[in-house]
Write a protein that binds this ligand. Sequence first.
Ligand code: UD1
Ligand code: MG
Length: 461
Amino acid sequence: MSVKRLSCVILAAGLGTRMKSSISKVLHRLNGIPMLEYIVRVVDTLGAHRTVVVAGRHNIDALKDSLKDRVVEFAIQPTPLGTAHALLSGTRRLSGVDGDILVLNGDTPLITTKTLKSFVTKHRRARNDLSIISFITEQPYGYGRIVRDSRRRPIRIIEEKNATEQERLIKEVNSGVYLLNTRVLPLLRRIKKDSIKAEYYLTDLLELASQKGYRCGVYPLGDEEEFLGINTKEELMKAQRILRVRMVRYWLARDVSFMDENSVYIHPDVRIGSGCLIYPNVHIEGMTTLGKGCVIYPNVRITDSTIGDNVVIKDNTVIESAAIESNVIIGPFARLRPETLLRSQSRIGNFVEIKASEIGKGTKAQHLSYIGDAVVGENVNIGAGTITCNYDGVKKHKTLIEDNVFIGSDTQLVAPVRVGKGAYVGAGSTITEDVPEDALALTRVRQSNIKGWVKKRKKRK
Ligand code: UD1
Ligand code: MG
């Protein structure tokens, strides 16, 4: 459903003092993505034709930077004088627009497209001027309570701080999601400053609009979890747990298996192929794609990487901005840094670090190596303890290792340097010059054995 004539205002100018943080509240991340961005993404799926984010002086630069890849406009609320005042600042940006405006709090990131769509439908079917989503909760603390008359008609919202003991018992609360027709906008100016917090409460609009005879509806929709308003770090953690459960359910339905669903951390933009098995304490972050049939062992973190089919990543491996083709085995204890490309069937073993390098098909670096700024061909064997010395203290240089090369253990390749096809490098060599194809390069001093040396030494004593 594409929603016609829908504009959207997201309120995000509050100081978020209850968060006790120097970072703007709405930019706190949940599974890697700032809470405000979740809301912008959901609004995008509704097809709103304009979206205005209301920011404050204190956070407008950070908010703009965080949403630079999104099509949103910004309005400024110079001082945080409350949610009604924030909406007024936002609608100034929308002057001349008519139709419905969807208003969302910037601190309610778990809301879903499905719920918002059914909300818009309800609002339009009822031909309402003002609609609000409510939810029923056993823990209404902190939320505005929906006060209904004897005929169950909603008459006003009372905030926690202003509520009487009796009103605090009400379990139907305001979600902070509103739809209003531009007709009711003039009423925003008639909202009076609250006596306790000295703020203009958007929630007062319900009472004003219903008194003036506008059609108002308050609908309990969706489930309680969706409307969790995040005001504290504890609520942030709670929202993160909810997202994690959602994510696991999503992947379970797509043939992904977990050893322990409580200890996997999968960011929202990650893609996972069918048949993958993921062990505990695995973090898959950013724009990562996993192919089919991969096995990810415990304590692995993969960020912004593309992994092919049937890749096995063993315990305690870190992979960042790397590309890995199919049938590769990595780890345990491997570190793949940005711009690493592992071609199919390669093997990267324990304590191997690779940076900005291509490792050819079938090539093996199984133990204790550093490979940086290198291009390694096919079926190369890189012995234990091999190091590409890519940095001369000023510049980085390239190492080229061609197909079928054998690099003996404990070799240093001082870049720039090239080892030609099929060449061998003897163990313990320091290679400073190019090695021709099919040659054997050796740089170590010949061994000399002094016969009977130990016995002679003992006699001398
Ligand atoms: C608000 C509602 C409450 C509802 C709850 C749902 C009001 C008065 N109360 O309470 O009924 O149950 O949300 O989560 O609206 N903001 C501004 N400018 C301001 C003040 C706030 O832009 O001057 C923004 C904040 O950044 C935030 C949103 O508005 O994203 C809500 O503000 P917040 O202070 O979190 O309101 P709550 O106390 O949670
Ligand atoms: Mg809030």
